[in-house]
Design a protein around this ligand. Structure first.
Ligand SMILES: C[S@@+](CC[C@H](N)C(=O)[O-])C[C@H]1O[C@@H](n2cnc3c(N)ncnc32)[C@H](O)[C@@H]1O
Length: 241
């Protein structure tokens, strides 16, 4: 490839994969021996390596079942509890933080779960590059990093471009469920999801906590601090307007 072709190739690749502001900062965080061991053993079985290639969810889970995509599972307690309580569904959890990935691997192994897979990568890139349009039955975003300082609000996950991307990956009738204990972020979620024409609210505004969402570590801490919790649940319309 000559220099001009190389430049054109690079520009095309950049167009296909525009850079975006990261919604996370990779913390070093201590990885315990158990997390390290389970990460090594389990990711070989239930880990899906990131690649900019669309995946076949049926092949990844070995069956055709509703697939729920989770962005930022943290230490994975909620993910493992939901996967255990809903063996009829498959769960694809995305997280960048190694101790959290190791911990979910440990929980999956201990509970013998067969319906959880993990991708350790930026969820925005996974959605954009790996998930085929119209294939997800649900998306969970529980207690995303609140980025409370105004100058950091651009790092918040729930913004129009990501919501449009998520909406495009949902099957008709599929849901997106967000929860937060930050009031202004809760209103941002409601506003941004309401403005996405492909989605409709399942409630008048905030939704009651759906039974499928157990209390998370972050939520318990928030409740102890006297914070409220807001759930926002929208569905992809069957008929586009
Ligand atoms: C505040 S924690 C909440 C964790 C968990 N959902 C809970 O409720 O306990 C947010 C998590 O999202 C992860 N995260 C943020 N942006 C992400 C992204 N773009 N892709 C994958 N993980 C992300 C962070 O690493 C962090 O672990």
């Amino acid at each position: 490839m000559n220099a001009l072709c190389e430049n054109l190739h690079a520009a095309n690749e950049a167009d296909k994969a525009p850079r975006h502001i990261r919604s996370y900062v990779l913390r070093q965080g201590r990885v315990s021996n158990a997390q390290h061991r389970y990460h090594k053993e389990l990711m070989a079985r239930i880990g899906v390596p990131y690649a900019p290639v669309q995946i076949d969810l049926t092949a990844i889970f070995g069956r055709a079942s509703p697939c729920i995509f989770e962005i930022g599972f943290g230490m994975g307690e909620t993910s493992a509890a939901i996967a255990a309580a809903n063996p009829q569904n498959d769960y694809l959890g995305i997280e960048v933080h190694t101790p959290g990935v190791g911990n979910l691997c440990k929980l999956v192994a201990e509970a013998g779960l067969s319906n959880q897979r993990i991708i350790q990568h930026d969820a925005v890139e996974v959605l954009r590059d790996m998930i085929q349009p119209g294939t997800l039955s649900g998306v969970h975003i529980f207690f995303p990093d609140p980025w409370p300082k105004a100058r950091h609000h651009k790092r918040r996950l729930i913004q129009p471009p990501l919501v449009a991307l998520i909406a495009s990956r949902l099957a008709p009738g599929a849901y997106i469920h967000c929860a937060t204990d930050w009031e202004d972020y809760a209103h941002q979620m409601l506003e941004v999801l309401s403005a996405e024409p492909v989605l409709e609210n399942t409630a008048k505004d905030f939704a009651p906590r759906p039974d499928h969402r157990p209390l998370t570590k972050f939520e318990q801490r928030g409740l102890r601090l006297g914070h409220d919790v807001w759930d926002v649940v929208f569905r992809r319309r069957h008929e586009l307007l």
